[in-house]
Design a protein around this ligand. Structure first.
Ligand code: TRP
Length: 365
């Protein structure tokens, strides 16, 4: 079940008939892993494919201007942008059907962010979780300024995100739990602008999929790049190493307990079973549960998990490595997406500028 935040009953009814505009962004700081695939990539591609209403539109973008807030390594930003674009396309995103672009190719977005900065109360940003967490860490140390190491980029992060969303009048924004506050802030920012000037911006709703599994990593903690415990989706590009073998190797590293092979095992205590649940059909899951309870060796359980994941990912591999080796094709696809995006963003920025009094002094000719 998906839960829409902030949706009143009235809005819910209207929504059945009105086309949806779905928009979401991915920060370009990492190389996609299995957790990203299950939590964001797969559901987003499915929702774009299964859209019931012909007029629904989907916008997916690479948030590289958000990337530079967290990462100061130009090479990493660049590589990540390439890998994320290749991943989404290889996994089945159809760039003809959706608008797929790079944030920095749409200069109207940072322009809108500036305009929104000028009506967004500073106090609203003071309450942002990410900023507050950074201040809290500083406050724990003595003799450290509360804002030490905090950039204006981090502080204003939610305003740029509001610009991403409001630029395209998105109605539905699929995000992880940690991003809900940012969508609420986008609503506040839109409301303030609409009230001060002119009603130009749609108030977006966050869509949080309750069923999406948050995968546990190899070591039992949440699967996250920062813990170094991920299962890479496609693995490093290295002609010497078979990507399938890389994936198998990562899966074999999942930490288990020391129960003997034939001992009955609790599936609900096992990372192997948990990840399997994100891939298997209902019957397959029930079958593996029974095998756990009857006693299965950890190595055999891992092999079953590997085969299941591999059967889903293997068909995407060739295309991924092909795109990684052909950045020209990626670049063309992204620029085509930017052109589509800018058909909207040019108009929206023009309206916004006019609303605030920035417009030509006279018509020439
Ligand atoms: N901040 C989001 C994240 O880290 C990425 C993002 C940037 C985004 N702009 C967005 C998500 C607009 C949804 C809508 O996950």
């Amino acid at each position: 079940m998906t839960v829409e935040q902030n949706t009143s009953e009235h809005a819910q009814k209207a929504e059945d008939t009105q086309p949806k505009r779905i928009l979401t962004g991915v920060t370009t700081t990492g190389i996609p892993h299995l957790g990203n695939y299950v939590g964001a990539i797969r559901p987003a591609i499915q929702s774009a494919q299964n859209s019931l209403n012909e007029e629904d539109q989907s916008f997916f973008f690479l948030a590289d201007y958000h990337g530079i807030i967290k990462c100061y390594d130009p090479k990493q930003i660049h590589e990540s942008t390439k890998a994320i674009a290749a991943t989404w396309l290889a996994c089945g995103l159809d760039p003809e059907k959706v608008v797929f672009y790079r944030q920095s190719d749409v200069p109207e977005i940072p322009e809108l962010a500036w305009i929104l900065n000028c009506s967004c109360p500073k106090g609203l940003m003071n309450r942002a979780h990410a900023y507050k967490a950074a201040v809290d860490i500083n406050n724990e140390k003595s003799d450290v300024d509360p804002d030490q190491g905090i950039t204006m980029g981090l502080f204003g992060y939610p305003v740029l995100m509001a610009a991403d969303i409001l630029m395209f009048n998105a109605t539905h924004v699929p995000v992880g739990r940690d991003q809900i506050q940012h969508i609420e802030m986008a609503r506040d920012i839109a409301g303030t602008f609409n009230h001060k000037y002119k009603s130009l911006f749609t108030l977006p709703s966050a869509v949080v999929d309750e069923n999406v599994a948050l995968l546990t990593g190899l070591d039992g903690r949440k699967m996250s790049k920062s813990y170094g415990n991920t299962i890479p989706l496609f693995g490093e590009y290295n002609p010497q190493v078979d990507p399938e073998k890389q994936m198998r190797k990562a899966i074999m590293q999942i930490v288990t307990n020391s129960q003997a092979p034939e001992e009955p095992k609790n599936p609900d205590d096992s990372v192997i079973f948990e990840i399997y649940k994100a891939f298997g059909s209902t019957e397959e899951i029930a079958d593996l549960r029974a095998q756990f309870e009857a006693g299965i060796a950890w190595g055999d359980a891992k092999q079953i998990l590997f085969e299941k994941i591999n059967s889903e990912i293997a068909p995407f591999r060739e295309r991924y490595f092909e795109l990684m080796a052909n950045p020209k094709e990626l670049e063309e696809i992204l620029l085509m997406g930017a052109e589509k995006a800018r058909r909207h963003s040019r108009k929206q920025l023009d309206k916004t500028r006019r609303a605030i009094g920035i417009k030509p002094l006279a018509k020439l000719k």
